[in-house]
Design a protein around this ligand. Structure first.
Ligand code: PLP
Length: 638
């Protein structure tokens, strides 16, 4: 008997989703936005109630309570580590705005961060503007990273006269010179930091962004030169912070430790050179366990948040003790680890493409020898010859194709050849299921036979990293989890791009699996007309809150999805904000089209067609009505 525990194992839900996502007794996914401390919401019921409010799928659900919980876990982990190692300093986290710039997210972070003096990190001028306007408090830090021009520097330095603690992190030697010049002109003493290019290399997607050849930061020689510049200009007192960032999603704790050791050494040396210092900023990189495997696989991590905090505190503490230097205030710029869990995309399955086995017709008169041979192979498949039979049917299917192209096989004959081929594949697949060791070339039979589910989303908009970086996000049906999912499928999105698909899914044993276990959309019951049973069928894609919204693009003009912010309240939940997805008018305007112009152009074509007598007035009205209504509607399928 299937039960919800089996679904939990199958989709590894506890492993990647705890304490926020689980299954209830109705077989629905539930979210516990406050972790172990608060109530739960049934995701399926939530989606139904949003649909009753007129919102269409796909819908991005955001849970600010999760964001707050993540932030509190991070600050609590550092507090615990600081106590454990008797660290004589404090932790001041900052949220890197680039990870998710949505206003509601940043406002949520600032509000949740207030009790912990949690700040913001900006990497560009627009992000600086967000940071400056969002924080009006001297305690939380505003860290200014990224390449800077005069205007960026002037804005940041002038704003330090307001009620804010701003540290300008200098990434290059010419930035040092420019920053000194601007500060002198303004007659303001700013707080500076240096970004170091460490030798420690991260592995995975971002490995080329770190190490000696890193795009950002100053080498040891440059840092030494930069210290001299500040000294000569009488501004060494401004040097307060050392920063490094060796990349995002660092799966291996040993890489983090290596970087920490190198950076802490550098920190103590800067103190010895006479800089007041006081802050060590260890950047981002704190990873998220997308597949729940707790491994150093690139979508996982072999450590937890507490291990991370412990290592940061312990390494820095050791180095400072050794060098007899006071310990710094510790800063981390953890973005992914804070923002990922709070966003879930819910989408529906629109249809499927399935290999259907037509019953094989009786032999009728003389058949082409390719057909005869295929029939023969099919009839004789058994557990001893199934590997050989597979090779044979593949070969004869190809011969059928060549014969068709040469005009030697009719359309009907070729269809019959393919039908026998599929029957053979299924027969062989059934046999392999009871094999102890499946021969390698038969291992992909399940993929060859797999169904494709067409899903109502654009991978390019909603999960761009899955397309660009092979990132894996957990995908789970949000209902029917008390029933065995007997279908194995790949997902194809709405775009007309063959890359718009998902054919790698999380698997804690095999790194990835090529097919997703789902419920069949239709139950045939031996009847010819399928009875739709599991429709609508909703899937959730989880852990989407970091980077995906910003990197999402307008491929095929689908645009932003509906997004809903849901807060837990004592009586249940409250829909705090609804941000409507893009309608067609908006999407068209991104590409310099005006909906009214397009409508007018089609209207004129209709008039012409009416006067030529090729379309009736009522047809033309229907066309124009559809056109006009489309402009103000959601781009996804309803
Ligand atoms: C991107 C970035 C971060 C965020 O990294 P995460 O791995 O998401 O925590 C932090 N600091 C800098 C300088 C960055 O460029």
């Amino acid at each position: 008997m299937w039960d919800t525990d089996k679904s939990d194992d199958l989709y590894s839900i506890k492993l990647w989703g705890s304490p926020y996502f689980s299954i209830n007794s109705a077989g629905h996914m539930v979210v516990s936005p406050q972790g172990d401390r608060g109530g739960t919401l049934d995701l399926y019921e939530l989606v139904e109630s949003l649909k009753n409010r007129g919102l269409q799928l796909p819908i991005l659900l955001r849970f600010p309570d999760i964001l707050q919980d993540r932030l509190e876990r991070l600050t609590a982990s550092f507090a615990k580590a600081i106590a454990k190692y008797n660290y004589d300093g404090v932790y001041r986290g900052v949220f890197p705005i680039k990870v998710n710039q949505q206003r509601h997210i940043i406002e949520g972070i600032v509000k949740a961060g207030q009790p912990h003096n949690f700040g913001l990190e900006a990497c560009s001028k627009p992000e600086l503007l967000i940071a400056l306007s969002s924080i009006n408090d001297i305690e939380p830090l505003i860290i200014c990273n990224g390449y800077k021009d005069r205007q960026y520097l002037e804005t940041a330095i002038l704003a330090s006269k307001l009620n804010k603690k701003i540290v300008i992190v200098l990434e290059k030697l010419d930035e040092v010179c420019l920053a000194v010049q601007v500060a002198k002109e303004l007659e303001i003493t700013p707080l500076f930091g240096f970004r170091a290019k460490l030798n420690s290399k991260s592995k995975g997607h971002w490995s080329s962004t770190t190490g000696e050849k890193a795009k950002f930061g100053m080498s040891i020689t440059e840092i030494s030169r930069a210290v001299d510049i500040l000294k000569d200009e009488g501004m060494l007192d401004s040097l307060r912070l050392l920063h490094f960032h060796i990349g995002s999603q660092i799966s291996s704790i040993s890489v983090i430790k290596g970087a920490l050791r190198e950076a802490s050494r550098l920190y103590t040396e800067l103190v010895k050179l006479g800089a007041p210092m006081g802050y060590l900023d260890v950047g981002g990189g704190l990873a998220v366990d997308y597949d729940g495997s707790k491994s150093n696989f690139y979508v996982s991590k072999n450590y937890n948040m507490q291990n991370y905090a412990n290592d940061v505190v312990a390494e820095v503490s050791d180095s400072c003790k050794h060098a007899q230097v006071p310990v710094p205030t510790l800063i981390s710029e953890s973005g992914r680890a804070l923002a990922s869990h709070q966003a879930v995309l819910i989408f529906d399955v629109l249809g499927q493409s399935k290999i259907t086995l037509e019953p094989l017709p009786e032999v009728n008169g003389e058949e082409h020898y390719i057909i005869t041979t295929l029939r023969d192979i099919y009839a004789n498949i058994n557990s001893d010859n199934c590997q050989e039979s597979f090779h044979d049917v593949v070969q004869f299917k190809e011969e059928a194709l060549s014969a068709f192209q040469l005009g030697l096989l009719s359309l009907k004959e070729r269809a019959l050849a393919e039908n026998i081929y599929w029957h053979s594949c299924f027969k062989i697949y059934q046999i392999t299921k009871s094999m102890e060791v499946i021969p390698e070339d038969l291992q992909t039979l399940d993929q060859i036979l797999a169904t494709t589910y067409y899903v109502n989303l654009s991978v390019f908009q909603s999960a761009p990293d899955s397309w660009a970086l092979d990132q894996l996000f957990p995908i789970v049906p949000i209902h029917h989890l008390d029933v065995e999912p007997t279908e194995k499928v790949t997902l194809a999105d709405l775009t007309c791009d063959s890359d718009g698909k998902i054919d790698k899914f999380i698997d804690i044993k095999e790194d990835t699996r090529p097919l997703l276990d789902v419920h069949p959309l239709e139950v045939t019951n031996g009847q010819l007309t399928p009875r739709l049973s599991h429709k609508p069928y909703y899937l959730g894609m989880f852990l989407l809150g970091a980077y995906q919204e910003t990197l999402g693009n307008l491929h095929n003009m689908f645009g932003r999805t509906n997004a809903v912010q849901i807060e837990l309240v004592p009586s249940g939940y409250k829909i705090k904000h609804i941000v409507r997805g893009d309608n067609m008018n908006k999407i068209l305007s991104y590409f310099q089209y005006d909906g009214n112009d397009l409508l007018e152009s089609v209207r004129q074509q209709c008039e012409e067609a009416i006067s030529n007598g090729v379309i009736t007035l009522s047809m033309s009205q229907k066309l124009l009505n559809n056109f006009e209504q489309s402009l103000s509607r959601y781009t996804y399928l309803s």
